[in-house]
Design a protein around this ligand. Structure first.
Ligand SMILES: O=C(O)CCC(=O)C(=O)O
Ligand SMILES: [Fe+2]
Length: 209
């Protein structure tokens, strides 16, 4: 199986983010624990929502509080829309991220926690300020050495061809889907953008197996 990712630009153009920001963000969002518990380059607020029986997300050595879907009906509505847009999908958890401005960001990482399985499907819905989303292939041993004419992986950065990097502009209402071996073989990031002054809310729906 290969890595697959694509965007649907006008997936959900609603006023729901306004509701989310009033009812949810004030009460439930806190600094991303990665910024407190590890050296991961991240600065944003997060909130974790999960179906009952699946509250055990642990990342960067931290277990966030799992809010219930029932506490946030607007999120349930978006979850239903995502399920309709992606037949066969069945998400049961959500990491909600708030980027307060262009300084908030998340560095290169893969969402490859074991609880998502080997080939997680992740549906990412964005509201508010548009931001760049970058993907790049992880350096790997044999395959890439061959592709690069035998160069060791450490030397391949400058020679990366276009197929090793992708970028998307995640606009208000867009849906990005990552599937297959995307998390195993690629990393992704939302870099700082000085000019992105407004708030962005991102919902990443995931399936805990
Ligand atoms: O904000 C985004 O678009 C990406 C968020 C992300 O990669 C994550 O929460 O793991
Ligand atoms: Fe991610």
């Amino acid at each position: 199986m290969e890595a697959k990712f694509c965007t649907h630009q006008s997936f959900c153009l609603t006023k729901i983010p306004g509701i989310i920001s009033i009812t949810l963000i004030r009460t439930s969002l806190g600094p991303d624990p990665q910024s407190v518990y590890s050296d991961a380059p991240v600065s944003r607020d997060t909130c974790y929502v999960a179906s009952e029986g699946f509250p055990n997300l642990i990342y960067s050595g931290y277990q966030p509080h799992a809010y219930s879907w029932d506490e946030f009906p607007p999120l349930k509505e978006i979850l239903d829309l995502v399920h309709k847009a992606l037949p066969g999908s069945k998400f049961n958890s959500l990491l909600l991220n708030r980027y307060k401005g262009g300084n908030d960001h998340v560095g290169w990482h893969a969402d490859d926690e074991k609880l998502y399985g080997l080939t997680p499907e992740i549906a990412s819905v964005s509201f508010g300020c548009e931001r760049d989303f970058f993907l790049k292939k992880k350096p790997s041993k044999t395959v890439h050495a061959k592709e690069n004419g035998g160069d060791p992986p450490g030397k391949r950065t400058k020679k990366n061809n276009d197929s090793d990097q992708r970028s998307f502009v995640l606009k208000h209402g867009s849906l990005l889907v990552m599937r297959g071996y995307t998390q195993r073989d690629w990393v992704h990031s939302v870099p700082k953008r000085v000019k992105a002054a407004a708030v962005r809310i991102n919902l990443t729906f995931r399936l805990i197996c």
